[in-house]
Design a protein around this ligand. Structure first.
Ligand SMILES: Nc1nc2c(ncn2[C@@H]2O[C@H](COP(=O)(O)OP(=O)(O)OP(=O)(O)O)[C@@H](O)[C@H]2O)c(=O)[nH]1
Ligand SMILES: [Zn+2]
Length: 354
């Protein structure tokens, strides 16, 4: 496999080394399962683990390899390898981990485009598209809205759905496809470039796997289980999430994503809700929350219909989520700091006693 075909650029290596240290190979993480990784290199495919040192010095989940990462590894017999280092990521697609935690979780890295997949049947929901948009904009990834299952509705219904998307989401391409009749697939294919990585985002059942099979021209999803491994006596079955298309281009799938929580995504929200942010500079109070303040330019625009009511509501919801995340992250940092202090004092005490 040619690494350039799967998105490798000289920039990645030059940012770290003049030339690659002896014995090390470059590869891309295609799947992760319980700290076991499938890595693609020009030599082939490896099942890998990270070095003990990497695990020991990791401060958070961010320090572990994720799907899409470029890594340096040493290969051993039986297609087994050890990952020594993660090369700098040029983009990180992340979300708030499920539950109440204030930890961010990586969805994929080194992504160029994101296909925001949503079916036009009863699951259709513009709020969710805005949520995904915020994720994309926060990490500098170009979004494309992909509406699937258009074979289930008539032309008039599709036109009105497209209209409702375009009313709220501006400057983002909208592609409509059917995985059954294959209508619109060509338009999507045109957007996939050699050497570029495209991540598919969307709720369960939106048609991501079917779409990937269509784009790949073969049945690879869900059936493509990595063979069982007997390395160190452990058995792993992992679904490859990173798929290399024959005609170039890389797709990353995310199975079973139910919740996509917002983290500290100020830039993402600003871009998703650009009009609201623009108008807010005219609010009377600088710290206006745009909920009940007099002289609020945003509320005025909602009243006059300049801002869509549903858009405004979703804006408030996502803002609240972001603020909540920031607050709990701050609390966590404070707790960590206190814990650090405690350890320090403890060490001092021990020294004194010696
Ligand atoms: N009518 C119609 N059905 C579709 C289309 N695309 C997918 N489906 C069906 O919708 C169901 C869900 O599709 P999947 O491709 O498994 O959805 P997914 O997004 O991968 O779901 P997860 O694997 O749970 O994340 C399957 O039964 C598909 O056959 C489409 O364009 N039209
Ligand atoms: Zn306001």
């Amino acid at each position: 496999m040619n690494l350039a075909d799967i998105g490798y650029t000289v920039f990645l290596e030059k940012s770290e080394f003049q030339s690659l240290p002896e014995g090390l190979q470059t590869g891309r993480v295609a799947a992760e399962h319980k700290e076991r990784y499938i890595v693609l290199t020009s030599e082939g495919e490896y099942e890998a683990e990270i070095t003990g040192n990497m695990r020991f010095s990791a401060e958070s989940r961010m320090d572990f390899p994720a799907v899409g990462d470029w890594v340096l590894l040493t290969a051993y017999a039986n297609d087994f390898a050890v990952i020594h280092k993660i090369l700098p990521r040029y983009s990180i697609l992340e979300r708030k981990a499920a539950g109440n935690s204030s930890e961010a979780q990586i969805i994929a890295t080194n992504v160029d485009y994101a296909f925001l997949i949503q079916s036009v049947d009863r699951d259709f929901n513009v709020n969710r598209i805005e949520r995904y948009l915020t994720l994309c904009y926060s990490s500098g990834i170009s979004p494309v809205v992909v509406l699937t299952k258009i074979d289930l509705i008539d032309a008039a219904t599709l036109a009105s759905i497209k209209c409702s998307v375009e009313k709220r989401i501006i400057n983002v391409p909208v592609v409509t496809v059917s995985n059954i009749t294959k209508e619109g697939l060509n338009d999507l294919e045109k957007l996939i470039e050699k050497g570029k990585t495209c991540c598919l985002l969307g709720s369960s059942g939106a048609g991501k796997s079917t779409l990937i099979n269509n784009l790949a021209g073969k049945d690879i999803m869900r059936t493509d289980v990595v063979s069982e491994s007997t390395n160190k006596g452990r058995h792993v079955t992992t679904h490859r999430e990173l798929i290399v298309l024959d005609k170039g281009g890389v797709l990353i799938d995310n199975p079973g994503m139910r919740e996509v929580g917002i983290t500290d995504m100020s830039t993402g929200l600003e871009k998703t809700f650009e009009l609201i942010y623009e108008l807010s500079t005219d609010c009377k109070f600088k710290d206006c929350t745009h909920t009940n303040e007099p002289g609020c330019a945003v509320l005025k625009a909602v009243g006059s219909g300049q801002i869509d009511k549903a858009l405004y509501k979703n804006f408030l919801k996502l803002e609240k989520e972001k603020n909540y995340y920031e607050m709990s992250a701050l609390e966590k940092r404070q707790k960590d700091k206190n814990f650090g202090k405690m350890i320090k004092n403890f060490k001092k005490e021990i020294k004194k006693k010696k």
